[in-house]
Design a protein around this ligand. Structure first.
Ligand code: DX5
Ligand code: ZN
Length: 218
């Protein structure tokens, strides 16, 4: 369904070739570029600091969606905004003050997303919906690409879509999105799907048509 945005996660790209990878996925139909920032503390993996994100920015022509899996979050918001994020998403589990964190993101003039881990109920975002442009429902435990989809995210998505009502707030799904799981979350009200392994598998910058076929298959 083309009304659903596809945001490939460059966590599954060739780490020695990010510029060409970003150009390839955008040329092949990616709507957004999803950047997974991990700190080895909030999640058991390490990825991109602000200088890396700033380097990605030079290649992104669409929309750079930065998913922060770090704790604490607040000391780094300004640096990721200055690196060129169009949207910064922060986890409710990453600290005691998600409301303050979302205020700080909006104060930087970028869009704000709030993220829920698989074990966190939909109700955790109820009192911040007026402060966000997106709710991100994790359908894996964050840290790694290529994990299996956790199905409880489907009902959670349905609940959040009802809570949102007619407000212009995206619901993004991240983790284990494939041609099999995408229709489930789309039917539940998601309108933006992150996909790492499902977009990048089988392709390369020398064979980018595979990325396009993978994106269209989701
Ligand atoms: C998980 C990341 C995801 C991940 C998705 O911690 O937030 O964005 O890269 O990868 P796939 O689509 O392979 O599950
Ligand atoms: Zn992510």
């Amino acid at each position: 369904d083309r009304s659903i945005k596809i945001a490939p996660s460059i966590l599954s790209a060739d780490f020695a070739n990010f510029g060409a990878e970003i150009q390839a996925i955008e040329a092949q139909g990616a709507d957004w570029v999803h950047v997974d920032v991990m700190d080895g503390h909030f999640v058991p993996n390490l990825t991109f600091g602000p200088p890396a994100v700033k380097a990605f920015r030079k290649h992104v022509k669409t929309f750079m969606d930065v998913h922060l899996m770090i704790a604490p979050v607040d000391p780094y918001i300004e640096a990721y905004a200055e690196a060129g994020a169009d949207m910064i998403s922060a986890h409710v589990e990453a600290g005691p003050h998600i409301h303050r964190t979302l205020q700080a993101i909006r104060a930087q003039g970028v869009k704000a997303g709030v993220v829920l881990n698989p074990g966190t109920p939909a109700e955790a975002v109820a009192d911040v919906l007026d402060m966000v442009d997106m709710v991100l429902v994790m359908t894996v435990n964050p840290g790694f690409g290529g994990q299996k989809f956790i199905h409880s995210g489907v009902e959670k998505t349905r609940k959040i879509r009802a809570m949102i009502g007619d407000r212009p707030i995206h619901i993004q799904i991240d983790g284990g999105v494939t041609p099999d799981t995408a229709p489930l979350v789309a039917a539940a009200g998601a309108d933006c799907l992150v996909a790492g392994s499902a977009v990048f598998s089988g392709g390369s910058v020398d064979n980018p048509e595979v990325y396009g076929a993978n994106i269209r298959a989701i």
